[in-house]
Design a protein around this ligand. Structure first.
Ligand code: CTP
Ligand code: MG
Length: 225
């Protein structure tokens, strides 16, 4: 079992502008559990360590939440950065030397099931260096220019909507972040190095809580669970 050599990084330092509830999104409660607690709870079974990037100024708040959370994984809180990539880079610097596999998971995808992370790890154990869950795209996607005109229409069959948890060997993810480059997910940085990124089926439960509609979805899900 790779659990003892696996660390989870949870970027949770965003402000939640699009949700617009006035507190950092990771601290929003759904059925009495904050998003960050739920995300950590769901991924704790696969890892020995969890490193959380908190919004600057909220580190102690996060530490106090996790001092009472009783997770099997050891939790460390670091200060997040101005971008998601910077938050992940800050967390990478805090990984124990024993870490072989790194699973990176958005706090905003708090309902992603443990089992999805297990499927990601299984691919790493089978020799992949980068693994991402993704769903087929339902809408037709257009590439549009800055004046609002369509440039082209990529074939929908080749498009995927990518989620987290994303899994990497420690070497791959460290190399990807060494340059300080920025992207909306970690797999994009790894792919820039020419490392193959394996895509596996994602989960509707890994939906990113971004808007008030997503919050309503999450509240209904939490009641049913
Ligand atoms: N994130 C982070 N550090 C940042 C920005 C984002 O750790 N500087 C994290 C968020 O906390 C979230 C994940 O990256 O768990 C995905 O980001 P997103 O859903 O965009 O969250 P926010 O940036 O908080 O939301 P918004 O873009 O609406 O402000
Ligand atoms: Mg954001």
């Amino acid at each position: 079992m790779s659990q003892s050599q696996t660390a989870v990084i949870i970027p949770a330092a965003g402000s939640g502008q699009r949700l617009g509830v006035g507190i950092p999104k990771a601290l929003v409660e759904i059925a009495a559990l904050t998003l960050i607690e739920r995300a950590a709870q769901n991924l704790s079974p696969i890892a020995a360590n969890i490193v959380i990037a908190a919004p600057p100024g909220f580190e102690e708040n996060f530490r106090s939440i996790f001092s009472q959370a009783h997770l099997s994984a050891q939790v460390v809180v670091v200060t997040g950065g101005a971008t998601r990539s910077q938050s992940v880079a800050n967390a990478l610097a805090a990984l124990p030397v024993t870490t072989k596999y790194v699973v990176i998971h958005d706090a905003a995808r708090a309902f992603a099931p443990t089992n999805l992370a297990e499927l990601v790890i299984a691919q790493l154990e089978a020799g992949e260096r980068a693994v991402v869950p993704a769903l087929d795209v339902i809408d037709t996607i257009k590439v549009v220019d800055e004046r609002g005109y369509v440039i082209n229409t990529p074939d929908r069959n080749s498009l995927r909507a990518v989620q987290t948890p994303q899994g990497f060997t420690r070497d791959a993810i460290s190399a990807a972040h060494a340059s300080g480059a920025d992207a909306t997910d970690d797999a994009a940085l790894v792919a820039l190095l020419g490392i193959p990124v394996r895509v596996i089926p994602g989960s509707a439960l890994a939906r990113k809580i971004t808007t008030l509609d997503d919050l309503t979805w999450a509240q209904e899900l939490a009641v049913r669970q």
